[in-house]
Design a protein around this ligand. Structure first.
Ligand code: NAP
Ligand code: ZN
Length: 363
């Protein structure tokens, strides 16, 4: 019997195409090959043949329904790089053959205050996420991500990829990159600031590279002493082992800014304690309850904030910054068929520092 399963039945529109993808049919199911439907490009669309797709921890959260909002089948993937194969008649800034990226969003209302301020990730009418969002074009469907042959995306959500960079290592910039770049920019991180990045994974390793490139005194805060050498190679000036209570006490009150990428709920108080007066810790990882002792914030006017990806304009700015500073992700390439093992390894913290799927392996 064929392994290929048809995810959804074809719609009335005979022009839509069936493409090969990898997805999960339930929270406890492995990812398997399946067929999905892509719309026929409209006049505002760009059709992209996907060459590489990064594997974000969010893909795993969504496949496993950790956030209780998954719709099945889930075809993950929001760190997409590919080549344009066709453009609609209204598309002026891209052409066939261009190297482009697609991140976590594929559409938004474009009219609300957030969209007008280039903050589509906060679209007041709900941005369309690359996967697991209501599809605006295909009735009663949800969107499917980049673990697939091709994707059709509104022109406003397509990014230019600097040609000077290693294409496969660009893919993770589309989520891990912008998610760490945006808060560092929003909180105006600059030379002389002491910045701690908590958690050396896909996001954390980008956070270190960006904070270092922005001139900050950069400290990797990790639970894993064996990652210390790598952290320094990635740009950390110092490494702080968060399980070492003595070392944490010695750093009390010394950080201007902390970027917290820990993927699960945890006790934030040891981190609040190392912030300076008026310092801020930005949460990007834990989309669940965290432990906070009010006293730690009150005594020092400290702040905890949150951040999610970045707008399209800022994502392009980040890619251009990477082009100028020669920044890419540290990647381990995998074939599509090894995705289920890769998920286990991400959860075990056993990847340096982002898996990227070579999409050729889908065929
Ligand atoms: P990842 O590669 O798994 O890295 C997470 C790192 O956090 C691990 O390598 C580990 O680093 C540390 N860690 C893991 N469990 C921990 C625990 N229980 N306590 C303390 N530290 C722990 O994950 P990722 O892809 O970087 O994603 C991180 C989180 O950000 C995920 O939850 C993801 O869903 C979320 N995310 C958010 C956004 C956003 O826009 N806000 C975007 C993308 C992803 P050490 O070994 O160094 O301690
Ligand atoms: Zn992501």
């Amino acid at each position: 019997m064929s392994q290929v399963e048809t995810a959804e039945k074809a719609t009335d529109n005979k022009n839509n195409t069936q493409v090969k993808a990898y997805g999960a049919k339930a929270a406890d199911a492995d990812l398997k090959e399946m067929q999905i439907e892509r719309r026929k490009p409209t006049k505002d669309d760009v059709h992209i043949k996907i060459t590489y797709c990064g594997v974000c921890h969010s893909d795993i959260h969504q496949v496993r329904n950790d956030w209780k909002n998954s719709v099945y089948p889930v075809v993950p993937g929001h760190e997409i790089v590919g080549e344009i194969t066709a453009v609609g008649e209204n598309v002026k800034n891209f052409k066939e053959g261009d190297l482009v990226g697609v991140g976590c969003m594929v559409d938004s209302c474009q009219t609300c205050d957030s969209c007008k301020e280039d903050l589509e990730q906060f679209c007041e009418n709900g941005a369309t996420m690359t996967y697991n969002s209501k599809d605006k074009h295909l009735e009663n469907r949800h969107t499917f991500g980049g673990y697939s042959e091709s994707i059709v995306v509104n022109k406003e959500f397509v990014l230019s990829v600097p040609k000077s960079l290693d294409t496969k290592a660009v893919a993770p910039l589309l989520c891990a990159g912008i998610t760490t770049y945006s808060p560092l920019r929003t909180w105006n991180i600059k030379k002389g600031d002491k910045v701690g990045v908590i958690g050396l994974g896909g996001l954390g390793h980008m956070g270190i590279k960006f904070a270092h490139a922005m001139g900050a005194h950069t400290v990797m805060i990790t639970t894993s002493p064996e990652k210390a050498e790598d952290a320094k190679r990635l740009g950390a000036d110092e490494v702080l082992i968060s399980k070492d209570e003595k070392a944490m006490k010695e750093q009390a009150g010394s950080f201007d800014f902390l970027l917290n990428t820990v993927p699960v709920g945890h006790d934030t108080n040891p981190y609040i304690n190392i912030l300076k007066r008026d310092g801020t810790m930005v949460m990007v990882g834990a989309i669940e309850p965290i432990e906070v002792n009010g006293a730690g914030l009150i005594m020092g006017r400290k702040r905890i904030a949150g951040s999610i990806i970045g707008g399209i304009k800022e994502t392009q700015e980040m890619l251009d910054f990477c082009g100028e500073h020669d920044i890419v992700s540290d990647v381990e390439m995998i074939d599509m068929k090894n995705i289920n093992d890769a998920y286990e390894r991400v959860v075990d913290g056993d990847v340096k520092y982002r898996f990227v799927i070579d999409m050729k392996s889908l065929n």
